[in-house]
Ligand binder design. Structure first.
Ligand SMILES: [Zn+2]
Ligand SMILES: [Zn+2]
Length: 247
């Protein structure tokens, strides 16, 4: 199963990274709809797209307004957007306010209300709450052969509640907005520093871990010093946009 990294930064795009978006083309699954979603068009393999929103901060939803182009001259017939029902109005009344975007959204909503959701490929999605201003949902997908967890926009702690929800996943996509040394800022903004993320990955016994939602201010690969956490959890990877991995 291929996971494509379409947007690996947070807040705003920079020259190497768009904001949060990940895709599993064979199942038509997209995680978050940041600016990176424009890259989904060339990867489409299915007549339906299922977009799962962790929360509705702009860097995770602004790409919903790009969907007309994502669908343009493709076989894509239907788009479903799954989100916390209490946040749906933020999208319909604000993002798609006629003064901001004059065309009706080309998708229908499905609720993420805490109950497990069946997903394409014979899989199940379970959600769990994350600490973040305004709240955020973590995702765990289990298919017969694969498992994947997506944890973005939260402050990682070695004893975080969500660790039990992501145990033994084949792949963990976890946010890491800050390098070590920014712990106060991380707590204030609801984001993570490197060492606590390494502890989370180690305690969850994730087989592989990909760090995303990096601060867009530093475009280099030097933002996170992975060698400093090698002893806690070896082999973390920081993908750039356009990268793909197989699980
Ligand atoms: Zn974000
Ligand atoms: Zn956020």
């Amino acid at each position: 199963m291929e996971i494509h990294f379409l947007g690996t930064t947070g807040y705003h795009p920079n020259r190497r990274r768009d904001t949060a978006c990940f895709m599993i083309p064979e199942h038509g699954i997209v995680l978050d709809a940041g600016t990176g979603i424009f890259r989904a068009r060339e990867l489409l393999q299915t007549p339906e797209l299922h977009i799962f929103l962790s929360h509705t901060h702009l860097d995770h939803v602004v790409g919903l307004t790009f969907l007309l182009d994502v669908m343009h001259q493709t076989q894509l017939e239907r788009v479903w957007v799954y989100c916390d029902p209490t946040k749906q109005a933020a999208i319909t009344e604000h993002l798609f306010n006629k003064n901001l975007f004059p065309v009706a959204p080309p998708f229908k909503f499905r609720p993420l209300d805490g109950r497990p959701v069946s997903v394409p490929g014979g899989g199940t999605l379970t959600t769990f709450p994350l600490q973040h201003p305004g709240g955020c949902l973590g995702f765990r997908f289990d298919w017969p052969q694969h498992s994947l967890a997506y944890v973005t926009d939260t402050t990682a702690e070695p004893n975080a509640n969500y660790i039990k929800s992501i145990s033994n996943v084949d792949a963990l996509i976890h946010e890491c907005y800050f390098p070590d040394g920014c712990e106060d800022q991380a707590r204030l903004t609801g984001h993570s520093c490197l060492t606590p993320v390494a502890h989370v990955a180690a305690r969850a016994q994730a087989k592989r871990t990909f760090l995303v939602h990096l601060s867009p201010l530093d475009e280099s690969d030097a933002l996170l010093d992975l060698s400093s956490v090698e002893a806690i959890y070896p082999g973390m990877h920081v993908p750039v946009d356009g990268e793909m991995t197989n699980i």
